[in-house]
Design a protein around this ligand. Structure first.
Ligand code: BG6
Length: 508
């Protein structure tokens, strides 16, 4: 398979552009995210030869342990979660470059330990390394850590760059997001801050930009004259797993819509940027967010549906309902499903409904954007025997069957003029014959390169919260049990209430 990859001119992994020597410092280095995503992503970067030639990793977490024990932990995490089986030589040389500091994040010893090791590593190499501080901790520590770094002068480094990567959730509502921005910006400059939304690291999400702005065929149609409606879905078959504590305070609107789905929406509907520089792209995305009118309080019940999963069958087994999940209060009003109708009130999109839907424990895992074009004005071959003629639809499949599909109407072979929909497909797997990198690989690499294009800017995060906040506010005044849907189903029957008459959600 490796030879096929090398011979195929269309395959290209993560670019091996030279990156300045970097020390990556992970706060929360023994946590779930580090274990499942960050360490495996770093390994895969090493495997591709995409890490800086001179690279160190310092892990920080509360438990005390020597470097070697942390290396064992990292080895296990990589062996278990890497998308490719690790190569012993690559893995060993990566582990050798790992160090560990055990202290809690409000303990000055953590920062002393960190500063000493980082200095030692620079001295050894004889150059100041760039430093990337990655906050993969509970959000309550984000500001504490940023301030502590600032107080010890670790926020700047002569002759090198210092960057701060902040994981989600970025705030709990608009006010807390603003406060967090203020706190971080009192220490770091905006250009140093990288707010993660891992959806932006997905190949298929970036491909939306290429599809739109690299092909002449779509852009002339990409507006209210030709597009009838858009449905954006992020359905998951999994439940909340062991994350009750986080999820019950969050819910689907905060967990998926405020960040991932609004990001997909902005990329789908933004104007072409003058260039693909971080600020040009983000300026255009922010303009879209500003053009989305949040629902008025009285309108929330007409434009937004929320629900909770009940017991059912998912992932091939019987599963409990949300209220029976361990750690969830039996009278919880947290939504595990949300569907809503938004619109982008600008010249290009006015009047086009954009529907968003996200939920856990649905029939299957699928993230897709379905762009439905207006129907033709007159269908001359409406004969008996034509099957389900529908307007053209462009489906951007983000996951799991990554690709793009365009539905067309075609003639059914035979003597009569009968028609039915067919699909023109582009599938990543067959066109590129290689596995796409995980979102975190691309994003971690970008933080080391200093490219913030795929990260949310301060005003962008706040604008997104501004859309979601009025919904949260309206919900806080409505109490009582939420509508339920069976685990493993298509979602609540109420989900369709926000659609235009005659319209349906795409089946999952
Ligand atoms: C995370 C959410 O941001 O995204 C999770 O907190 C969700 O609840 C996950 O499961 C989905 O990510 P992906 O990449 O599997 O679609």
């Amino acid at each position: 398979m490796a030879t096929v990859e090398q011979e195929n001119p269309l395959t290209e992994g993560l670019e091996r552009a030279p990156v300045h020597p970097t020390t990556l410092i992970i706060f929360g280095a023994t946590g779930d995210l580090a274990q499942r995503k960050l360490l495996p992503a770093i390994y895969n970067l090493a495997h591709e030869g995409a890490l800086p030639e001179r690279f160190n990793l310092i892990g920080i977490a509360r438990s005390e342990q020597p470097d070697d024990e942390y290396r064992d932990f990292a080895r296990e995490a990589i062996e278990k979660h890497s998308r490719r089986p690790p190569d012993e030589t690559v893995l060993n040389s990566l582990l050798e470059r790992m160090r560990y500091v055990g202290a809690s994040f409000d303990d000055p010893a953590a920062y002393e330990g960190l500063a000493n090791i980082a200095r030692e590593l620079d001295d050894e190499a004889g150059v100041p390394f760039n430093r990337v501080f990655y906050l993969a901790t509970a959000p309550s520590f984000f500001e504490t850590i940023a301030r502590a770094l600032g107080e010890r002068g670790l926020d700047r480094r002569e002759g090198a760059e210092v960057r701060l990567v902040v994981e989600k959730p970025f705030g709990h509502d608009l006010a807390s997001a603003r406060e967090l921005n203020r706190g971080l910006l009192s220490v770091f400059d905006e250009r140093q801050i990288f707010r993660i939304d891992h959806y932006l690291g997905k190949e298929t999400v970036q491909n939306m930009l290429v599809l739109r702005f690299g092909n002449g065929i779509f852009e002339p149609l990409w507006n209210r004259s030709y597009i009838d409606n858009v449905q954006i879905t992020a359905a998951e078959d999994i439940g909340i797993g062991t994350r009750a504590e986080y999820y019950d305070r969050s819910g689907a609107l905060r967990d998926i819509v405020q960040n991932h789905l609004l990001q997909l929406l902005t990329i789908l509907s933004m104007e072409p940027p003058v260039s693909f520089s971080a600020d040009e792209v983000r300026n255009e995305k922010v303009k879209v967010l500003h053009a989305i009118k949040p629902p008025e309080p009285d309108d929330v019940s007409k434009r937004v549906v929320r629900a909770q999963y009940a017991a059912g069958v998912a992932e091939g087994k019987e599963v409990p309902g949300y209220l029976e999940e361990q750690g969830v209060a039996t009278d919880s009003e947290t939504e595990t499903f949300v569907s809503l109708r938004l619109g982008v009130d600008n010249w290009r999109w006015a009047g086009v409904p954009i529907y968003l839907r996200a939920g856990k424990r649905l029939a299957r895992r699928v993230t897709e954007i379905a762009v439905t074009l207006k129907p033709v004005p007159h269908l001359a071959f409406q004969q008996s025997g034509s099957l389900g003629v529908q307007p053209n639809q462009l489906i951007l499949n983000v996951q799991p069957n990554e690709g793009v599909s365009l539905s067309l109407v075609a003639k059914i072979p035979g003597a009569r003029m009968r028609v039915r929909p067919v699909h023109m497909e582009f599938a990543y797997g067959t066109s590129f014959m290689s596995q796409s990198p995980e979102a975190y690989e691309r994003l971690i690499l970008d933080t080391m390169r200093g490219d913030a294009t795929l990260f949310a800017r301060d005003d962008e995060v706040e604008a997104a919260w501004g859309i979601v906040d009025p919904i949260l506010e309206a919900w806080s005044h409505a109490s009582g049990p939420l509508p339920q849907y069976a685990a493993g189903s298509q979602g609540p029957s109420e989900a369709g209430a926000i659609l235009e008459p005659g319209m349906e959600w795409r089946p999952l």
